[in-house]
Ligand binder design. Sequence first.
Ligand SMILES: Cc1ncc(COP(=O)(O)O)c(C=O)c1O
Length: 438
Amino acid sequence: MTLSREQLEAHWMPFTGNRQFKDHPRMMASAKGAYYLDADGRKIFDGLSGLWTCGLGHSREEITAAVSAQMSSLDYSPGFQYGHELSFELANKVVELTPSKLDHVFFTDSGSETIDTALKMARGYWRSKGQPGKSKFIGRIKGYHGVNYGGVGVGGIGFNRKMFGQSVDADHMCDTLLDENKFSRGMPAVGAHLADELEQLVQLHDASNIAAVIVEPLSGTAGVLPPPVGYLNRLREICDKHDLLLIFDEVITGFGRMGAMTGAEEFAVTPDIMTLAKQITNGSIPLGAVVVRSELYDTFMDNGGPDYMVEFPHGYTYSAHPVACAAGIAALDVLVNDKLIDNVKSMSSKFEAAVHSLKGSPFVTDIRNYGLSAGISLEHYPGEPLRRPFEVGLKCLEKGFYVRWGGDTIQLAPPFIVDEKQIDDLVNAVGESLHEFN
Ligand SMILES: Cc1ncc(COP(=O)(O)O)c(C=O)c1O
């Protein structure tokens, strides 16, 4: 590494222990396929596909070519009042790949912006329909919906909220972790009844005050919590019964990770609003998307006033950025043309068996998995829930494997191009790291 300790100070790093990192930097220098090369030239397996972003593998030539051609033809185009063809092409692709009934796409630049856009759409929709009282949101404990004010308010990870105080008006359902489901493979059998807590929250707040319910179909950041069998269907039923919008945050589950194009498709429940980001460009260029039912879009259009008026006063300087759209089109083409979701499906049973072989390893208190994602919960050091996953993550890195640590879990999400040997090597690295504690 060429930078001095002093040169590391200027950059205040996100979601990073800055003091520890700057004393012990972990620098990536390049990436290709399923591997990084770090600044010392060491090969490191990408056990989390970047940050759940790079399922197609790194530095895909198709994406590089599309991005570079776009940079030299139309590097930027104003997103307000003007358009360019790529955003319409990408929107049509997104509509084609997401469940029928989700027909209109609003572009953003990240998952967090996508969530806040979806929340504003939900409130705006009810106001346009003459029901301004419907403004409260129902999220879920352990939910992660990014870091902007709305997303933090509906989110349910205390560590991310407690420093910042009150944001949007939100209440929360309980999470879906149950002791009897420990070490379940795939969707836990028990837990559909947990959705009934939504009924209680509706009794408490009244449906006339609630805009929407937001959940990740599978909670990723909280440590990979697949939905219990029947749980999402039950949420859908309760939302329909009380006229509440249902938002699926598919920033992690969108575009392949579950072994289907979306979590909605895999779990056979269609929301009213879906949020997407990360895998849409394979992580190469920031881009997010909110996809909504026609009824929402039409409500804004029908109540928009004269046709020169803006119907939804919202958008970002970089919404539908032409280079990001070029990356998105190329990435989705690779996903479809290379049939990579088939590989996710065929590797997921091998992956499931491998990660569950860690049951009985030191400190392992639970293992959960779905598609190419897995969460391994670890016994805490007394009073220090975050420490052991951090230490395990560093031990894996020493062995040449990047894994994510978050809360009291280790999270794994290898790229869709992974093979059986790479899965074994990744899981062995985690197992060996756990055994190295004495
Ligand atoms: C479900 C979910 N929603 C939203 C976000 C926020 O996305 P971003 O970090 O791009 O703002 C994330 C990021 O991990 C996520 O997992």
